[in-house]
Design a protein. Sequence first.
Lengths: 203, 252
Amino acid sequence: MEIAGNYGDEELLRNIKSGTNLDDVIRQLYRANFLKTSIYIKQNSGNQEDAEDIFQEAIVNFIQLVQKDKFRGDCSTGTFIYTLVRHAWLNELKKNKRAKFREEKYESGKNLSEPDVSKYMIDMESKSLIAKLIESLGETCRKILTAFYYDNLSMQEILLNLDYENEQVVRNKKYKCLQKLQENLASNPGLAKTLKSILLYET
Amino acid sequence: MKPDFTNTQLLTQYLDGELTPESAGQLQQRINTDKDLEEELENLKISLEAVKSFGLRGRVSAIHTGMMKEVQQQTLPKKGKIRNLTWYSLRIAAAVLIIAGSAIFYQYITLSSTSLYEKNFSSYTLHENRGADNKSVLQAAYESANYTAAINSFEKTPIKNTQDYFLAGNAYLYLDKPSDAIQCFLAIQQLNNQQQTHQYTDDAEYYLAMSYLKNNEPAKALLLFEQIHTDKNHLYNSKVSSWFLQKIKWVK
């Protein structure tokens, strides 16, 4: 196993799954992988901003894949992230039509031992799709939902940060927020299908 | 058919694990037979994943800025090394300058006309071809380093030649009588002028200058040493360096 930073790969994956020391894990992933991937992107028509955007998405994607048991350490985290970045960047180049022959170049330069991450393709548009969807709910909904579902705070803890009478009011607000989200998805099956693919890695 | 949004609360409780096993089982049976409810549950799952993903993006984004600063510092090692190397070189140069400066300062504060004499004086050795057959008492005494005897002999010599004055001058220097030595070397110059000879000219000039140094008359010594330094054919030219002249100027 490749050791990157303070954690070995096995410990790093365990921490991601359990959410233990996740900030440290993210920093370690940056230290171990950012420079290498940014060099690749800059050598292939990209700039610093591209390198940063793609890498951020790759890290988000990697963590989600680990948490959903889609990556179990079949190759090193470094190799996997690098491949995620390469695929994502190739995808961006294709979309932007900046490089007609990039795919050919990519295929010729690809390492045969690279994992197949095509099914986990990062689409940079997914970032804005999700952001738009959540932000359309308004600040209160965004705060309640992320606090409950991402930060795993209890209703009592959430109540301390919001100006509501009691927990039940917050709970009802949460239901309303989720209902609004459902409405948006129900009224836009295409969006629901895209997000399902992006977030649940199901087609 | 439109999904039944009134089920949202129940489905949310189901996904959050807040239903009793019995209620969860009943709901699962409904989902299995109700496509709209199943679709609603599916959209709800996607919604929760979107929220989690949004939260994770926020977390990564918050760390990203700090990490970019750290990574940028990592990508500047060459610049850092150059600066460090320059700084290191400057420090070495400064240290060398301080050491050299300290050495010069030490020499400066410990320098005196007499100390310059002590450090630069070398005794005169008579050559064999100079009166080897008819060696005078003075000469013999000088060669045997009996300088007192040499002076006694010199003083008893009624008619003194340039060699007598020269040996006596050196003997006086050994006996710490620089003023007497000066008179002897000046006498050689007078004799040579009177007789239009050039015996011991360079020797007398050099040892006269050395006698001035020993007698704490550096200004007079400097004039002579500068002449010797300028005259490349002078027998003692190699003994008078620019640095030696500088040191005499310091004590002048």
